[in-house]
Design a protein around this ligand. Sequence first.
Ligand code: ITT
Length: 192
Amino acid sequence: MPDRPRLVIATGNAGKLREYRDLLAEAGLDLVAFDTEIDEVGETYAENARLKAEAARERSGLPSLGDDSGLEVQALDGFPGIRSARLGPTQKERTAELLRRLEGVPRPWNARFVCLIALAVPGRDTELFEGECRGEVVPEWRGEAGFGYDPIFLVPGTGKTFGEMPPEEKRKYSHRAAAAGALLKSGALSHL
Ligand code: ITT
């Protein structure tokens, strides 16, 4: 059997990597994880996703995918947004810090998750794909599935947080699944 084309997933986040292994399975690629540890100095998700993907492409010489994502709470003017990974040293602390900032703010705490994927292939212009998922932040931690803010993000109409959903259910709604779906549909992975 011929070798499958390789695609670098430029992340140090194990939760993201797990999701890409599932979401991109149908593309038949050999996914390789590589944490570029670059400074996320961009002012948008798109810029940061591009920085990650292009750094991985430069260092590996291989097609590379960068993901920049975050949670935006409407009542906090979109905070933490692109700073979602920087609210504290552990996810428990990041979640607690977000809930602390929401104390006294009337509910519902409408929010959305956003995911930007950058695909950087040697010899090609970098391409961008976006996905979002609208929902509500809840004040108590519910469930242990997924990663990040999943246990406090309630998905409308399901009665469940992402933390209470198995992976196959989260992928029906998630911002990352939407972005990965757009990437697959574009055909950009068909000829790597
Ligand atoms: P890499 O940059 O190495 O990929 P990171 O965790 O630093 O990993 P980001 O800068 O894109 O990634 O930060 C995204 C943060 O947003 C992430 O750490 C989570 O806290 C949160 N987040 C993103 N997608 C999420 C999801 O599907 N579920 C829960 N939280 C998510």
